[in-house]
Design a protein around this ligand. Structure first.
Ligand SMILES: C[S@@+](CC[C@H](N)C(=O)[O-])C[C@H]1O[C@@H](n2cnc3c(N)ncnc32)[C@H](O)[C@@H]1O
Length: 258
């Protein structure tokens, strides 16, 4: 691993860029710009307030719902508050998703809506473009729909209650600026989703994967995805991973503390 001295002089915080390979590409203006846009900016106050209220509502909602989880297989009665704690998007991941879509707007897709926390970040970031989000569990989908459409009043959403696998064929015909892969966290499902949605990517698309180091299988999936022909850069943010496809870049792989 190489740490660049000249990079250090550009920005002290930018020293968190660590790469395996030659040091020249550390000067990539695209990645420097990406770092500033995605990591350094906080959510604007109005959107931050909406998200904070949604988080408060979910954290204090102790209603039991019947959960069918096609990812973990953990079915049964769960409190909304426990589901929020264990599965909803954390503020750092939320910031990365929000900032990406705010700076690079366009149609987006989320696999795994759950209670709609990441969905809210993505939808608030880009009110002009459609966000499709898919959730298999009917009661979870219903709760997310209430929170996002009725309470927050978001209108740029298509919330689908179905298994991701059943929607992949229809989604293949679309083009997405951003995809957030956060449904079934197994190696096989992750690679299957990525493979099925390969045709939807554009030169400037952003593909985020959650929990890339959550299990051996997820780390294997992440490492495999990075080697796919057409993947031009990857950023390992610790919990989330980002893949990009910009043809003008030589393949580069980074780790960055968000
Ligand atoms: C980790 S949670 C998603 C969290 C949400 N994206 C966020 O960041 O706030 C994963 C969700 O994906 C759903 N899920 C798992 N496998 C699925 C599948 N095959 N099809 C549709 N939904 C699935 C689960 O029911 C669960 O609600």
């Amino acid at each position: 691993m190489v740490k660049s001295d000249s990079l250090h002089s550009v920005s002290k915080k930018f020293e968190h860029f660590i790469k395996a390979g030659n040091a020249h590409s550390l000067h990539s203006p695209f990645l420097f710009d990406l770092y500033n846009k995605l990591v350094k900016s906080n959510l604007p106050l109005p959107e931050r307030e909406v998200i904070q209220n949604l988080r408060k509502d979910l954290a204090s909602n102790h209603t039991l719902i019947q959960k069918k989880d096609f990812g973990t297989g953990k079915n049964g009665e769960f409190k909304v508050s426990s589901m929020y704690k264990s599965g909803a998007c954390d503020p750092i991941s939320g910031k990365l998703l929000f900032n990406t879509r705010r700076n690079f707007p366009g149609k987006a897709l989320e696999l795994g809506t759950q209670l709609g926390v990441a969905t809210a970040h993505l939808a608030l970031a880009d009110p002009e473009n459609l966000l499709i989000s898919i959730e298999a569990c009917p009661e979870t989908h219903h709760l997310a729909k209430q929170g996002l459409e009725e309470r927050i009043g978001l209108g740029n959403l298509r919330l689908i209650n179905d298994k991701v696998e059943a929607q992949l064929d229809a989604l293949k015909a679309e083009k997405f600026s951003l995809i957030y892969f956060d449904a079934n966290h197994s190696k096989e499902a992750t690679l299957n989703y990525a493979n099925a949605l390969w045709s939807t990517r554009m030169n400037d698309s952003f593909w985020f994967f959650d929990d890339i180091h959550w299990s051996k299988g997820m780390t294997q999936a992440w490492e495999e995805l990075k080697t796919w022909e057409g993947v031009r850069y990857s950023v390992d943010f610790g919990k989330m991973g980002l893949l990009g496809f910009r043809e003008e870049m030589l393949p580069q792989h980074y780790r960055l503390r968000p």
